[in-house]
Ligand binder design. Structure first.
Ligand code: ADP
Ligand code: ASP
Ligand code: MG
Length: 417
């Protein structure tokens, strides 16, 4: 008997029929002798619907109220799942984050989990119940409901698995594992049986939304065995088949994603670029530009400072597209005063495409192959950033899918290494 955490995403919870299937699958695991905690997302489209209602009222909503609103989607799906389990004769109880308690900081809409109380959950499990816990939400020390950022149910699940010392965290979703790239963009994408934790971190941080980055961080920090697998198979498939399906995140170096040099391609479609022109090239200038951006909790990603000419330089950086206007507004008042720059310009229609692989450490020529492939497609590279195991380029949004597909082909990712 093992304690297992299941997480079901929006599509997996998308209708009453799907919820009944989830209940069947969970019941199957419990009947096989396991203790099961289930973390559902809101039904697909629900979080967007809730947030768009808020947007109809104001474009500048109070983040506390946004959390109050957005968190309800998970409460509904959790209650429905508990009912579906009970209807199938499986004892079940659902809890919201604050009832567990899942403690977070107060950074509304992107809160971080600080601790999870486990006694009540363990007690229920010991009493033979399936425990359903809302994904995506927690509560701060003042009792405010918080949410963990879009896609945050993954993080709830892995954090709960870590807190309970679960044997495994199974992330059930609408694809049957982690692929070499998003299968919706590239037909040739291939499922990976294993991916190293390090590579999964890069893939998630570079835009692969199959797992929220913080869930991967938790998996790494607490060594939670995590597997991504399909919720759309027959719920009654034999347990031993299901247990070995999907993609396992491994911590062993030698399992480096089936030993490929490049293991996957990630992309972030919604990026934006800001350039401050004619900046005096003196100490402190990067801080003067990026300090106020960081103070506004806007994540800066790629940064380039040009060679200075006559003591002036151009400074370019990227931010998520959703923060583009805010970043421009923050800098507008400072560009000609504090920063003493000549001007500022921006482009909100850029995307980032990255190739990822631990094999890069021991192979040369990956960057040149990437750049050659893009140039053969006539795609202009606007910015480049690299780490030991990834190379990212910023390009015009309209070439993003073409870039992903041509790189996938150039690195022969459709073939098993
Ligand atoms: P859920 O609602 O289950 O959390 P998400 O939509 O958040 O599901 O994540 C699953 C989706 O992630 C897939 O449908 C797929 O389009 C996308 N995706 C992006 N990159 C990858 C990848 N490398 N492998 C698999 N899926 C990916
Ligand atoms: N429902 C939330 C979202 O849509 C959390 C999640 O699905 O993981 O972002
Ligand atoms: Mg998700």
């Amino acid at each position: 008997m093992a304690l297992i955490v299941h997480k079901y995403g929006g599509t997996s919870m998308g209708s009453v029929e799907r919820i009944l299937n989830v209940a069947k699958r969970v019941t199957k695991w419990q009947k096989a002798g396991h203790q099961v905690v289930v973390v559902p997302s809101a039904m697909s489209g629900e979080t967007n619907r809730l947030l768009s209602l808020a947007k109809e009222i104001t474009a500048d909503a109070d983040p506390r109220e946004l959390d109050q609103i957005a968190s309800t989607g998970e409460q509904v799906s959790s209650g429905l799942l508990a009912l579906a389990l009970q209807a199938q004769g499986t004892a079940a109880i659902s809890y919201a984050g604050w009832q567990v308690v899942i403690k977070t900081d107060s950074a509304h809409t992107k809160a971080r989990i600080q601790g999870i109380e486990k006694d009540k959950v363990l007690q229920d499990l010991a009493n033979g119940k399936v425990v359903v816990i809302t994904g995506f939400q927690g509560v701060d020390e003042l009792g405010n409901i918080t949410t963990l950022g879009r896609g945050g149910s993954d993080t709830s699940a892995v954090a709960i698995a870590a807190a309970l010392g679960a044997h495994e965290c199974l992330i059930y979703t609408d694809v049957d594992g982690v692929y070499t790239t998003d299968p919706r963009i590239c037909d040739e994408a291939r499922r990976l049986e294993k991916i190293t934790f390090e590579e999964m971190m890069e893939m998630a941080s570079l835009g692969s939304k199959v797992l929220q980055i913080r869930s991967v961080e938790f998996a790494g920090k607490y060594r939670v065995q995590t597997r991504v697998l399909s919720s759309l198979t027959d719920p009654m498939i034999p347990l031993d088949v299901e247990m070995n399906s999907g993609t396992l995140i491994t911590f062993e170096e030698e399992n480096n994603m089936e030993a490929a040099v490049i293991s996957g391609i990630a992309f972030a479609r919604d990026e934006a670029k800001i350039t401050v022109l004619g900046v005096p090239d003196r100490p402190g200038i990067a801080y003067q530009i990026l300090g106020p951006i960081a103070d506004a909790m806007i994540d800066v990603d790629m940064i380039i400072q040009n060679q200075s000419v006559d003591g002036k330089t151009d400074f370019t950086f990227t931010v998520p597209r959703s923060d583009y206007q805010r970043a421009l507004d923050i800098l507008k008042s400072k560009v000609q005063t504090h920063i003493a720059a000549r001007d500022m310009m921006g482009d909100p229609k850029v995307s980032k495409v990255s190739v990822v692989g631990v094999g890069m450490r021991s192979h040369v020529g990956i960057a040149s192959k990437m750049f050659r492939t893009l140039s053969e497609e006539g795609i202009n590279i606007q910015m480049i950033s690299t780490s030991e195991i990834k190379i990212s380029v910023l390009i015009d949004e309209k070439y993003m899918e073409l870039a992903v597909r041509s790189l996938h082909k150039a690195f022969e990712l459709e073939q098993r290494p």
